[in-house]
Ligand binder design. Sequence first.
Ligand code: MN3
Length: 245
Amino acid sequence: MENSRRDFLKTTGGIAAASAFVGAPLVQTSTVAAAEHAGERTQHELPPLPYDYDALEPYIDAQTMELHHTMHHQAYVNGLNNAEEALAAARAEDDFSLVQHWSRQAAFHGGGHWLHSMFWEVMAAPDNGGGGEPTGALAEKIEEDFGSFEHFRNHFSAAAGAVEGGGWALLHVRFDDQRLLVLQAENQHKLSPWNSLPILGVDVWEHAYYLNYQNRRGEYVENWWNVVNWARVAENFEAVIGAVT
Ligand code: MN3
């Protein structure tokens, strides 16, 4: 990778790393750069789940998965498309009176689309790779940065339990020093630093668990560990490391 490209990834947020592991919608975003496409919008689409709605039972029930994917995630996709359409119209008309509103909408729905696209991919059925512990380079890095897998897991679960309102617990890779960080996100986009990217996350909005767990968020998070797809998380880890080193 040439230096200018590498420096860009280190300093501006790793767009290529982002598109490397969350599927087609974000890959499209990075390709609309040629002059003939100037001003064109990307039409964002709901990605299919990589498993059936009932695949994560008994830990996450089929009805929750179906509503979460077809209603909630779809709403973020629609909201992002709407916000980008409104911003394009604002540019065309040179009328930026609502730019604050649509910028907020783009960040909220864009964050929701990206995080949910990642969320589906970092889970797997318990009989098809879900659960257990990471192996290889990711396991070594978790030990190095957190002391042990148990310390990491306890930190992550505590972060998930303590998110105020709707949000996420996230495992990030920081570009500058490749360190792993446990962070929270409120809503879909708040509390995030700029120089890192999530490789694992758990949705702790009530819509993610309330049908089955009601107010027992801690029980949901403890059960969620049984469906973490560590092979996929390791791929995400390698994709970010590869993009920034
Ligand atoms: Mn959600």
